[in-house]
Design a protein around this ligand. Structure first.
Ligand SMILES: [Cu+2]
Length: 141
């Protein structure tokens, strides 16, 4: 009767262990890369309702009325809505997405966090009280 070669058994065990370790490392890397690809970098956009239009509070938008908002697919987005219009009620809805910020009166702020769709697309955002004057385009790309 031959006894199993102990060195051989050890080598097989070691290969098994290394393989398991590699699988763990590769899958962990995969998870990290996948979340990066899905736009894990979250974004906060402050929309100010003022003089019956939306403006974005940022240097690059330079106060343009109802600016086009562009986000990445799968990106985590927080929209902050602030109402600077005295005596007016404003809200913000993105049509076709389940995004609906509650109505706020002057001086009030509300916020909503959501994940942008996984597929690119174009949507309309608007204030449901003033949909003709307060509307813009929300692009997912
Ligand atoms: Cu409004």
């Amino acid at each position: 009767m031959r006894r199993p070669d102990s060195r051989k058994v050890w080598t097989v065990k070691r290969i098994g262990l290394l393989t398991a370790l590699m699988i763990v490392v590769v899958s962990a890397t995969g998870v990290v890369l996948a979340s990066m690809a899905q736009g894990a970098v979250s974004r906060e956009i402050t929309m100010v309702a003022k003089n019956m239009v939306f403006v974005i509070e940022s240097a690059e938008s330079s106060g343009r009325a109802n600016p086009t908002i562009t986000v990445n697919t799968g990106q985590k987005i927080t929209i902050v809505l602030r109402n600077d219009d005295a005596g007016m009620l404003h809200d913000l809805v993105i049509k076709g997405l389940d995004v609906r910020l509650e109505a706020v009166s002057c001086g009030e702020t509300t916020r909503l966090t959501f994940t942008a769709p996984r597929e690119p697309g174009e949507y309309v955002y608007l204030c449901s009280f003033h949909p003709r004057r307060m509307r813009g385009v929300f692009i997912v790309e």
